[in-house]
Design a protein around this ligand. Sequence first.
Ligand SMILES: NC(=O)c1ccc[n+]([C@@H]2O[C@H](COP(=O)([O-])OP(=O)(O)OC[C@H]3O[C@@H](n4cnc5c(N)ncnc54)[C@H](O)[C@@H]3O)[C@@H](O)[C@H]2O)c1
Length: 440
Amino acid sequence: MRITVIGSGYVGLVTGACLAEVGNDVLCLDIDQAKIDMINAGGIPIHEPGLDQLVARNMAGGRLAFTSDPARASSHGRVQFIAVGTPPDEDGSADLKYVIAAARNIARHMTDYKIVVDKSTVPVGTADKVREAMASVLAERGEEIPFSVVSNPEFLKEGAAIDDFMSPDRIVIGADEPRAIEAMRTLYSPFVRNHDRLLVMNVRSAELTKYAANSMLATRISFMNELSVLAERVGADIEAVRVGIGSDSRIGYSFLYAGCGYGGSCFPKDVKALVRTAADNGVDLDILRAVEGANDRQKRLLVDKVKKLFGERLHGRHFALWGLAFKPKTDDMREAASREIIAGLLAAGATITAYDPVATDEAKRIYAEESRITFSIRPLDACQGADALIIVTEWKEFRSPDFDGVRERLKQPVIIDGRNMYVPRDIRELGFEYISIGRP
Ligand SMILES: NC(=O)c1ccc[n+]([C@@H]2O[C@H](COP(=O)([O-])OP(=O)(O)OC[C@H]3O[C@@H](n4cnc5c(N)ncnc54)[C@H](O)[C@@H]3O)[C@@H](O)[C@H]2O)c1
């Protein structure tokens, strides 16, 4: 099939590369010329395991190409995926300006039937707005060209995006028109070969499903985070509680880790946007407002713990920080807990040396104007002369570090662990004061 993917970010790049991998003829569009130039020169703008080889292989095979020309993109694919960003607007609702711009571009240049697929995370009712935007452009052109609009939310996880796309738990298709549904079935059949996992529903249900999924996951995290605060107070161990409840097959183990708060480009904005959609429709989502509040508190928790140890004023204090990305295996720092923690430490007067295996370039871009944070190339170097080590992202390489090296470099052997990486008794035996989340 000839496919266009509009937006070549995390979702668009992965979608385009994976669809090309199974033999489709894919053209990816982005308005960011620098991004397109970089990819065409053999680079990859994001860190996602395996993506560089996948893109290179399919470009070399002539199945995957990149452009910044909307006219070329519009005429290329019978199927047009919209995978542009939907950042939060000031009131928390999803800002649809990129989605609508993409839809208008398709309509401006199309000459034959198109299936327009919303892959961006968009609020209920967006497919109607896309349809209206396209219809008005076609009317301006004086053309009557048929098109269908389909909702196909994406569930991939950064860090495991290719596997998630290639072997999805399910593919949600929101569509009404048989020819669009049929095209989606054909397109996705290589990814559901061992059993059918295509769920077809009406457009609005598909749009809501994506928000419901992310909100449920965020709820589980916030629930555990709130319980972790209680666990600390009453002398319980949140890790034991996690295993205790996770073993119930109705609950399961996933997304039950207490920590220093969820971040990333999806959970925070999607929870906000769903609360907003509900409010616009006269429904109060109390649970989700609490989920958000609990997460905001949790992101401040590590700084509170630092202040409890070192005092409210941190002038003259220096901290080592391990982990900047919002989760392991990505360089994405959007809404990362590290940003809240860095802001809190700097505001109290501290200085920081941070280490992250892949997000340092992104952090250098974010903190280009900030001289009180520096970056190290190796994790141990960050600890040199620091008052404590603060762990924010649970990268694998932090699981079993050179503890002697850490202790020798720190001014005092203190580890404040926002991800419960270690067994408290073991680490105390190594001579550390160890502060974690929700454990006695
Ligand atoms: N990142 C994830 O893990 C993830 C997972 C599932 C769903 N989503 C959703 O997918 C959507 C995209 O997310 P992302 O993380 O890939 O965003 P991103 O910011 O990485 O990429 C979006 C890209 O779209 C481009 N763009 C904007 N307007 C354009 C236009 N009119 N034409 C062409 N390109 C345009 C931008 O330049 C950017 O490169 C969002 O709605 C997000 O919520 C993201």
